[in-house]
Design a protein around this ligand. Structure first.
Ligand SMILES: CSC[C@H]1O[C@H](OP(=O)(O)O)[C@H](O)[C@@H]1O
Ligand SMILES: Nc1ncnc2[nH]cnc12
Length: 279
């Protein structure tokens, strides 16, 4: 059931503490939702935000490409999405994503929770702090260690043995990698490849949000497999085969996340005198 709620600007009566940003093939999450239409200083988010409840926790969901997948990875309104989530009260973001594998052993259907990121994008705005003073956030460890641990433990309990750690290289897209690019990424020791993990993670960090990637491998990338190379159809097909399992996992993770953030992610930004009034 959907109850629409139209609110423009930062003022809304809806609140949520956990945000889920769905990726390719993950366009809905909760059943009984309130739809919140928010505007932000960065324009509207990809879609109205669905606010609902999981085991007594209020969760805000947004499909990053829009529910009709109208935004390619380089056009996603990343800043608006993160800003909108934060303005609803979100402090922890779970980010399911379809990724390619750079390791032959991590085949389609593998669940992976990387602990590092390499940015190979270009031409995407990757900061909120463009004027009013220089702000340089720490980003040595881009992901929330508590969120990662909860995902790993929850996956194991659900008999979905996850890959713990590894490096997600984020390419500009929208094209997939050439074989040479892909082999080069693998030779660096990078393990997964996607198109949306950056600037999403760093923008979350700039808003003092914890960010946890939940990666579903949909394909072996071009440098790893011997076939024709990855196709969009393949990504959607493999994702669709796994989406119910992934939805159940994300639901269980929401239930298991600690209510209070007790992690080393720099929440201190919350208290800093920033040149930007956070919502
Ligand atoms: C649909 S093929 C490539 C597309 O899939 C991934 O999306 P997401 O990370 O949002 O699940 C990849 O990053 C590309 O955007
Ligand atoms: N092989 C791949 N490269 C980049 N992004 C992807 N998303 C899913 N599979 C991918």
């Amino acid at each position: 059931m959907v109850r629409p709620l139209v609110k423009v600007g930062a003022m809304t009566t809806s609140t949520a503490t956990i945000g889920v940003i769905g990726g390719s093939g993950f366009y809905s999450f909760l059943d009984d939702i309130e739809e919140v239409r928010l505007d932000t200083p960065y324009g509207p988010p990809s879609d109205p935000i669905a606010v609902g409840t999981v085991a007594g926790r209020t969760v805000a969901f947004i499909p990053r490409h829009g529910r009709d997948h109208r935004y390619p990875p380089h056009k996603i309104p990343y800043r608006a999405n993160l800003w909108a989530l934060r303005s609803l009260g979100v402090r922890q973001v779970l980010a399911p994503s379809a990724v390619g594998s750079l390791v032959p052993q991590y085949g389609p259907g593998t669940l992976a929770v990387p602990d590092q990121l390499v940015d190979r994008t270009y031409g995407r705005v990757q900061t909120f702090y463009e004027e009013g003073g220089a702000i340089h956030v720490s980003f040595a460890d881009p992901y929330c260690p508590v969120g990662r641990r909860v995902v790993l433990d929850t996956a194991r309990k659900a008999d979905w043995e996850p890959v713990d750690g590894g490096t997600l290289v984020v390419i500009e897209g929208p094209r997939f990698s050439t074989r040479a690019e892909s082999q080069w990424y693998a030779a660096q020791g990078w393990t997964l490849v996607g198109m949306t993990g950056h600037p999403e993670a760093v923008l979350a960090r700039e808003l003092a949000l914890c960010y946890t990637p939940i990666c579903l491998v949909t394909d072996l990338d071009a440098g790893i497999e011997e076939g024709e190379g990855v196709t969009m159809e393949e990504v959607f097909r493999v994702f669709a085969k796994n989406v119910n399992r992934l939805r159940s996992l994300v639901t269980a993770v929401v239930e298991a996340l600690p209510a209070d953030r007790d992690c080393p992610c720099p929440h201190a930004l919350d208290d800093m005198n920033l040149p930007l009034q956070l919502p």
